[in-house]
Write a protein that binds this ligand. Sequence first.
Ligand SMILES: N[C@@H](CCC(=O)N[C@@H](CS)C(=O)NCC(=O)O)C(=O)O
Length: 235
Amino acid sequence: MITLYGFGRRWGLPDPSPFVIKAEMLLKLAGLSYTFDTKGFRKAPGGKLPYIRDGAVVVADSTFIRLHIEKTYGYNFDAGLSPAEAGLAWSVEKMLEDHLYFLVMHERWIPDANFAAGPARFFDEAPALLRPLIRHMIRRKIVKTLWAQGTSRHSHTQIIALGARVFQSLSDLLGTKPYLMGEKPCGADATLYGFLSGTLCKIFETPLRTEVEKHPNLVAYVARMTQAYYPELKA
Ligand SMILES: N[C@@H](CCC(=O)N[C@@H](CS)C(=O)NCC(=O)O)C(=O)O
């Protein structure tokens, strides 16, 4: 039995982390049984979620989880795609993970109201006296990350403009297809769903969400995926 370690259901999402949603979606798409464990963060290899335990094997990072599933269970997430289509799907995935991720992170962690409504709540269980300090320290780490990566060197208008371009390209790519590359979900759909559902999350006030909402096909995609894979969550 596989154990998936994530943060857990929050904010009306399968998980606050798009990478955890991706990993869970990959397990679902491959039809593998798994249990979801929300207590694994302290033991996370590399200090990040998601990771999985599969028997004696521990695999960290959503992309390596995908490779593990492909190798160990012989599941081809991109079956039926041409090499060019699979290459495009992989590129879209990496645009989301290595570009959009930081725009979303900015919107969740930097505006005070969004931080208070979302990430600050991660530390609600910390001892009351230490809680403000822990919140401050972790937020400072994110501020440094966003500066080093470059996103917070842009104005807010520029950050939203970058996001708008991402959503326009995703909407154009998806078109009227049910899934990113056609009639059935491929590997990158796991990632696309993780990021779009996270950006549409209603607890955050951000123009990034408005930019997604300008594209009815993206909104419908998230509703369709939620209905199909997380019927317990309201679409
Ligand atoms: N490349 C990793 C990224 C995972 C990741 O960035 N996880 C974040 C949550 S979205 C995390 O666990 N951060 C905790 C930390 O940095 O302390 C993957 O694909 O799994």
